[in-house]
Write a new protein. Structure first.
Length: 98
């Protein structure tokens, strides 16, 4: 069984925010070259980055944890990892809170 870690909506969201940030950055550079005010565009870039960070954190908090069975492949872009074994480690002093 092979699982591919691809989220099309996440890729689209990333591309939209990347494109928006690139366009706003180009507009800032153009205005700076023309010696015009760039504060509103800089605030827009910051707002775009904050919105992306909020969306990323929100989706991460909302997503479910899935446990893979032994022998299952978890694939990413060009590589895969396979769960072959698991073991519990004894608690350390830090984990116990001592």
């Amino acid at each position: 069984m092979q699982m591919q870690a691809v989220n099309d909506l996440g890729n689209l969201l990333f591309f939209v925010f990347l494109l928006t940030t690139a366009i706003l950055t180009a507009m800032v550079a153009y205005r700076k070259a023309r010696r015009r005010k760039t504060r509103s565009l800089a605030v827009a870039i910051l707002a775009c980055l904050c919105a992306y960070a909020a969306a990323l954190v929100g989706v991460s908090l909302h997503s479910e944890t899935r446990q893979l069975p032994f022998g299952a492949d978890k694939c990413f872009d060009d590589w895969c990892a396979t769960v072959t074994s698991a073991r519990s480690l004894p608690p350390t002093n830090e984990a116990v809170g001592t």
